[in-house]
Unconditional design. Structure first.
Length: 262
């Protein structure tokens, strides 16, 4: 029987996995190597989600999206061990999320659920909720609530749900739900620019423009020096807030002056 991996070895293996996932070298086989690394440390769904989400984002930012390295067939294959299967799913589905390909993500998770030999993990179901929420489909709210009962305060999972609420502009009380989710301990640090960005968008939808501007200014201030990955999105949201506020003020009727106290 193979002895369990001790903590120092696990930490070293996890560091290796992260380094492989975010390396800039153009190695088209890195997703499979990453799956081997995570299999070697017997990664649970939380660790897999953390590593794979960052890896998919780094690859996309470097112009070598996972979508060009893996295929739906790789994700749906049934001849691999559960950890490898989960790793490839987390990578590919995260890449679909970052490209906002909600219908494709939805269909792939539904196919995965049909072919999987075990129940889908919490993070994969969160990605499914994102796909539904992003299309403003009300059943996404039900899936989200189910995920929240299991996710606890896992930041990556909560970020996926927050992203879905932000994208689903026509959800019933979507903005209010987003603000409620953003107040959970894992997200309510006040220093996460992505959370503040999404909060600002929700406040704009609710007509709370000054609060939204305060949130987006904090988001911009919290970005690491020289970080341009999301700076343009933050500046765009600030412009939208200013425009919405100015339009609201222009349309608001001016109270006529009269001698009658209000």
């Amino acid at each position: 029987m193979t002895p369990p991996t001790n903590r120092p070895d696990r930490a070293a293996a996890l560091h290796k996995a992260r380094a492989r996932a975010t390396a800039t070298a153009d190695d088209p086989s890195w997703p499979l190597h990453l799956a081997e690394d995570l299999h070697g440390i017997r990664a649970d769904w939380k660790t897999s989600a953390e590593v794979c989400a960052d890896a998919a984002w780094a690859a996309r930012s470097a112009g070598r999206s996972v979508l060009g390295l893996l295929s739906p067939e790789d994700v749906l294959a049934t001849n691999r061990d559960p950890i490898t299967t989960r790793t490839l799913a987390h990578l590919y589905l995260s890449a679909l999320r970052f490209d906002f390909r909600c219908p494709t993500l939805q269909r792939l998770v539904e196919q995965l659920a049909e072919t999987s030999r075990q129940p889908l993990d919490c993070y994969t179901r969160a990605l499914y909720a994102f796909a539904l929420l992003g299309q403003s489909r009300p059943e996404g709210l039900t899936v989200m609530d189910e995920v929240l009962t299991e996710a606890e305060e896992h930041p990556k999972t909560l970020h996926v749900l927050l992203h879905g609420l932000w994208l689903g502009q026509d959800l019933d009380e979507g903005a209010e739900r987003l603000l409620a989710l953003s107040s959970r301990p894992a997200l309510a640090t006040g220093t996460d620019p992505i959370v503040l960005f999404r909060v600002a968008g929700a406040l704009r939808r609710l007509g709370r423009y000054d609060e939204g501007l305060s949130a987006i200014d904090r988001a911009i201030d919290c970005l690491p020096p020289g970080d341009i990955s999301v700076h343009a999105d933050l500046v765009r949201e600030r412009s939208l807030l200013c425009a919405a506020r100015d339009l609201h003020q222009h349309r608001s009727p001016t109270r006529a002056s009269s001698g009658v106290p209000s």
